[in-house]
Design a protein around this ligand. Structure first.
Ligand code: SF4
Ligand code: SF4
Ligand code: F3S
Length: 265
């Protein structure tokens, strides 16, 4: 309660904004508490009240006053083709804003698969040259929080960890927090017993599907996907794709968008 709130500059490059949509639905902790009591969300062009030059001036103010003491949270990625003209923020290519803000940050968070890996806008042949944040920012610690979008409580969990312990969480070799990305969906899936017993749905509406059998033969990527969906789940712990009868498409893994087909039947 006595700790000063750490400034966060939340930038948006090429993305769909559903990482923000996910974040604002966090139940534990409530996104409201994160934004109003834990961090100081000084810039977020989706959520902030100010606009135009007034908004852009905040970036310079925070960079100057809190040099090396703020977090850069990045949603989306910079397109590098045509000198960055495919994503213009405040009249300039997003990649310039990204470089400036990250230069003085103490740490960078890459929200979602867009910032972490490139995602659908980087799908072959990637005409805008959409590029993951860590390929552009190479001199800062980067925490990747992939998923399309990431789970709300994973996002606020990462922020809570940074604020509570004043250090980065343990990361795997790809830069993902081990506490949320240390296991595969398959490791804790409630359908795993059916997988082990050789009981599979062969079609989305067959008897096996109705009995809740494993979705592997319908293309489920749970065995190769590292994420917390089968443990933390979505919507405040209510459900996740596999529980609604749809296999995992591996939305938190690098290259998932080019690794189709998603459906085998
Ligand atoms: Fe949207 Fe997915 Fe990108 Fe998040 S990672 S901004 S949900 S496309
Ligand atoms: Fe594994 Fe997918 Fe089957 Fe679950 S539904 S046990 S994640 S293959
Ligand atoms: Fe994505 Fe698979 Fe979870 S599709 S939401 S990682 S179950």
């Amino acid at each position: 309660e006595t700790k000063p709130r750490i400034p966060v500059l939340w930038l948006h490059g090429l993305e769909c904004t559903c990482c923000s949509e996910s974040f604002i639905r966090s139940a534990h902790p409530l996104a409201r508490d994160v934004v109003l009591s834990m961090i100081s969300l000084d810039y977020d062009d989706t959520l902030m009240a100010s606009a135009g030059h007034q908004a852009e001036a905040i970036l310079d103010d925070i960079r100057r006053e809190y040099k090396g003491r703020y977090i850069a949270a990045i949603e989306g990625n910079p397109p590098l083709a045509e000198d960055g003209m495919y994503c213009i923020i405040g009249g300039r290519p997003f990649v310039e804003q990204l470089r400036e803000v990250c230069a003085d940050a103490m740490a960078v968070i890459s929200w979602g698969s867009c910032a972490s890996w490139g995602c659908v806008q980087a799908a072959k042949p990637n005409p805008t040259q959409a590029t993951p944040v860590d390929k552009v920012i190479t001199d800062k610690p980067i925490i990747k929080v992939p998923g399309c979008p990431p789970i709300a409580e994973v996002m606020t969990g990462v922020v809570s960890y940074l604020l509570t312990f004043d250090r980065l969480p343990s990361l795997d070799r790809q830069g993902r927090p081990l506490m949320f990305y240390g296991q595969r969906i398959h490791d804790k899936c409630y359908r795993r017993g059916h997988f082990d017993a050789g009981q599979f749905a062969e079609a989305f509406d067959d008897d096996g599907a109705r009995r809740g059998h494993c979705l592997y033969k319908l293309g489920c990527r749970g065995p190769t996907t590292y994420n917390a969906c089968s443990t933390v789940r979505w919507n405040g712990g209510v459900s996740f794709p596999i529980a609604s009868g749809h296999g995992c498409i591996g939305c938190s893994e690098d290259g998932f968008w080019d690794n189709g087909p998603f459906y085998k039947r």
